[in-house]
Design a protein around this ligand. Structure first.
Ligand SMILES: Nc1nc2c(c(=O)[nH]1)N[C@H]1C(S)=C(S)[C@@H](COP(=O)(O)OP(=O)(O)OC[C@H]3O[C@@H](n4cnc5c(=O)[nH]c(N)nc54)[C@H](O)[C@@H]3O)O[C@H]1N2
Ligand SMILES: Nc1nc2c(c(=O)[nH]1)N[C@H]1C(S)=C(S)[C@@H](COP(=O)(O)OP(=O)(O)OC[C@H]3O[C@@H](n4cnc5c(=O)[nH]c(N)nc54)[C@H](O)[C@@H]3O)O[C@H]1N2
Ligand SMILES: [Mo]
Length: 707
């Protein structure tokens, strides 16, 4: 059991100047962005102006370093294009023409419009939010209370992680796994579906420590990304074939008896069925499906089978395909078969979220629904939802959309439909934002929100095990208000008089931490003074089994009572769009398109920060030399990348880092900041993953041609 590690008392004062500058006050903050690293930050403030942000050197995973993006947080906060006053639409829908309006007028009108809709059918109102900030206060607390009390439609927040989360839950029982800090001691690290240098930098530092100490690093990714280039082995498989690779490895483990029979017998369920299925998977069969050499499958199995302290860092990159949920299930079986969970530096980490004890009901107050059970809309099919005329199983047409912490005009799949929906003249749209994003341009009202430097919050992490507090460093700029304050004000105008609508941000932050042994010694007051604090969770949480499944065992197969006629074992499900499943489509659109994160952006955030945008030099498309030659494409040339759903333009980059038959473009460019006004999501579709109802961003066929 790790002792609760917090900053020692005595170093808790928040006035310790950086570099001995007496006028400089230091405020403890937390990076709010959707990233596993959730860094502890120190903000230097002079005369009410934030002048410096840096990583907290004492926080074990931040270790004094911020990523390129967040080290520019001041540029983002003080950006000349921040929305600092409420705006009301003054031109046609989607034109981006606005006039300024007072808060009172904006809130009066918005609450009147919502009240009128709620009187006929509150389910015609839909909140749309994701992880613009991961804070509990400015995320789903006051906002959730507001929509629950209203009886609005519920939103299924699937856009990132739901397939993998469900896959992991079925095997391990929740979003639980290794302590990321333990990877520093692993002897083998398998980075599976992640470009860690871009998306999980502080994990990469730990992996580097392990590498220096002699560990072997393996990367499994269809793209030879920056991370793959720095690993000892790279298995550059076809996208969407990870489950087949995992089965190939399991076949080798079984045939060679590289198994921990004692661990399997005591702590797993379904091994006999798994064993039988695994024997059907030769290295050759797996290699054939994955587009690899059989030797590569054998090598991965030999490494996993022969290393106890083997840590698998799975990330969400591999579950954005049709079979993503089952791929995570298959991979999650591996550490139980080899007994890697016995070691603190062995096992697997997809997300650490489930280790946190969060008082969700206190924050979100689902009890405010009373007896009402509103329908749930999947955020990944927002295009179809906005265009639905209403009726039948769908229920009422969506008449009002309230967007906060998200940018659906760019991030959601099949943009043509999302934009057509947002342009409906009869849709009333309110967007809480820092900037005039492509989504905000479609609003009837844009409400100016504060950034992390201007409001209070508390955060957990999905990559490490620390709670991190965020103290406001500066006063809100202009007329900006925290999300929670905006929903509090709307609630007051709607006449919601439950006491919870009077909770201050401090009260909400304190409510977030559940009373639970994992939070022992941690409360918001402590976090506030110390900045962060670690959960009391064992270093090797499943060394003696004790998985949070109903059986307490690692579920290699569904338990008998959950099988209900389905295949109890992880399945191999090929993409919706590939030569095997859609040969006629692949004949017209033969190239698989991947659109993973850009290093200088955070999804669509930071695209408008000039210095970071300059680092990405415009939308680019990586094309394999063979595919380029077949189409007569030249380096640097402007390309048209298209399918039946849409197109985007990008500069041609001929590179052997991609596979033959696969093109790659990075990041989610704002439409209005890309040369052709389009986004990669003009090309993607709204079909959902096998588990969890997630989007299939990396399951998409296209063709390219000179523009
Ligand atoms: N700089 C930066 N950091 C970020 C983000 C960002 O946009 N920019 N995004 C944040 C968010 S929202 C998230 S969810 C996290 C995690 O973000 P993830 O989306 O997991 O991001 P990455 O790890 O960068 O990239 C995914 C990797 O998966 C690979 N991949 C694609 N398809 C497959 C497949 O079928 N199989 C396998 N094995 N690999 C595949 C891609 O080639 C890519 O290298 O990162 C966060 N961190
Ligand atoms: N093609 C393709 N599409 C993808 C992905 C991909 O890899 N490829 N990745 C997907 C993934 S993993 C994710 S997580 C989603 C991300 O989708 P989103 O969660 O929508 O992420 P962002 O694009 O970062 O947009 C967040 C917005 O919230 C705003 N914001 C930040 N803080 C606050 C605040 O305190 N208050 C308010 N009101 N607003 C705030 C920011 O200004 C920003 O415009 O995109 C998905 N879309
Ligand atoms: Mo994400």
């Amino acid at each position: 059991m790790s002792t609760i590690s917090t900053r020692p008392a005595g170093s808790t004062e928040s006035r310790s100047p950086i570099g001995g500058d007496a006028g400089l006050r230091t405020v403890r903050a937390a990076c709010p962005h959707d990233c596993p690293d959730t860094c502890a930050m120190l903000v230097g403030v002079r005369d009410g102006v934030a002048v410096q942000v840096r990583g907290d050197p004492d926080h074990p995973t931040t270790a004094g370093a911020l990523c390129t993006k967040v080290s520019r947080y001041l540029e983002r906060t003080y950006h000349p294009e921040r929305v600092l006053q409420p705006l009301r639409r003054s031109g046609p829908k989607g034109s981006g023409q606005f006039e300024t309006v007072s808060w009172d007028d904006a809130l009066d009108d918005i609450s009147a419009r919502l009240r009128a809709l709620a009187e006929s059918d509150p389910e015609s109102i839909l909140p749309y939010s994701y992880a613009g900030t991961m804070g509990f206060v400015q995320g789903e607390s006051m906002a959730a209370r507001f929509f629950h009390r209203l009886g609005a439609s519920l939103l299924d927040r699937t856009i990132c992680a739901s397939a993998g989360a469900e896959g992991l839950r079925q095997v391990l029982g929740g979003l639980v796994g290794m302590d990321v800090e333990q990877f520093a001691h692993s002897r083998l690290i398998v980075i599976w579906g992640s470009n860690s240098i871009t998306s999980n930098l502080h994990f990469w530092s730990l992996a580097q420590q392990a590498k220096r100490a002699g560990a072997t690093l393996v990367c499994i990714d269809p793209w030879r990304n920056d991370t793959a280039k720095r690993c000892h082995l790279h298995l550059q498989l076809r996208p969407g074939t990870d489950a087949a690779l995992a089965w190939g490895v399991m076949g080798e483990l079984v045939r060679n008896d590289w198994l921990d029979h004692d661990y399997i017998q005591r702590h797993t369920l379904g091994f006999e069925a798994l064993r039988e299925r695994a024997l059907q998977w030769s290295a050759e069969r797996a290699a054939e499906v994955c587009g690899l050499e059989p030797q590569q499958v054998r090598e991965l199995a030999r490494l996993l089978g022969g290393t106890r302290a083997a840590g698998i860092r799975v990330n969400y990159g591999l579950q954005r395909v049709r079979g993503g949920g089952n791929a995570v299930r298959a991979i999650a079986c591996l550490p139980a078969l080899t007994g890697a969970w016995r070691e603190p530096a062995g096992g697997l980490l997809l997300s650490s979220s489930g280790h946190f004890a969060v008082a969700r009901e206190a924050l979100e107050r689902p009890d405010l629904l009373g007896a009402r059970r509103p329908r749930t809309i999947n955020m990944s099919t927002i295009g179809d939802a906005l265009l639905h005329p209403g009726g039948g199983d769908f229920g009422p047409r969506i008449e009002a959309l309230v967007v906060y912490n998200s940018n659906p005009a760019v991030v959601a799949p099949e943009s043509a439909k999302v934009l057509r929906g947002l342009r409906r003249d009869d849709l009333f749209t309110v967007v809480l934002e820092h900037f005039r994003t492509d989504t905000a341009d479609h609003a009837d009202y844009v409400l100016p929100a504060t950034t992390q430097l201007e409001h209070l919050d508390v955060l957990k992490s999905y990559g490490h095990r620390y709670w991190v507090a965020n103290e406001p460093a500066i006063a809100p700029l202009g007329q900006a208000r925290p999300n929670a304050e905006i929903f509090r004000a709307l609630a007051a105008r709607m006449g919601f008089d439950e006491a919870c609508f009077g909770d201050s941000d401090e009260t909400i932050a304190a409510q977030a931490l559940a009373v639970d042994p994992r939070n022992a010694g941690l409360d918001f007051a402590t976090l506030r003074s110390r900045g962060w604090g670690k959960l009391a969770v064992p270093d090797a949480p499943f060394a003696e089994g004790g998985f949070p499944t109903p059986s307490g065992r690692c579920q290699l197969a569904y338990p008998p009572d959950e099988q209900a006629g389905r295949d109890p074992l992880p399945q191999v499900i090929l993409p919706y769009e590939c030569a095997q499943t859609r040969p006629e489509l692949a004949a017209r659109y033969p190239l698989a398109l991947l659109s993973p994160p850009a290093r200088n952006f955070l999804n669509s955030s930071f695209v408008n920060v000039e210095s970071l945008r300059a680092g990405e030099t415009g939308p680019q498309l990586l094309v394999h030399p063979v595919d380029a030659a077949a189409r007569g494409l030249r380096e640097g040339q402007e390309l048209r990348c298209f399918n039946d759903r849409g197109e985007m333009r990008a500069a041609c980059r001929i590179s052997e880092d991609t596979r033959e038959g696969q093109v790659i473009t990075l990041g989610l460019w704002w439409r209005k900041l890309s040369p052709d006004g389009r986004s990669v999501n003009d090309l993607t579709h709204q079909q959902l993953t096998d588990l969890g109802g997630g989007p299939c961003f990396y399951d998409c066929l296209v063709e390219v041609a000179p523009a």
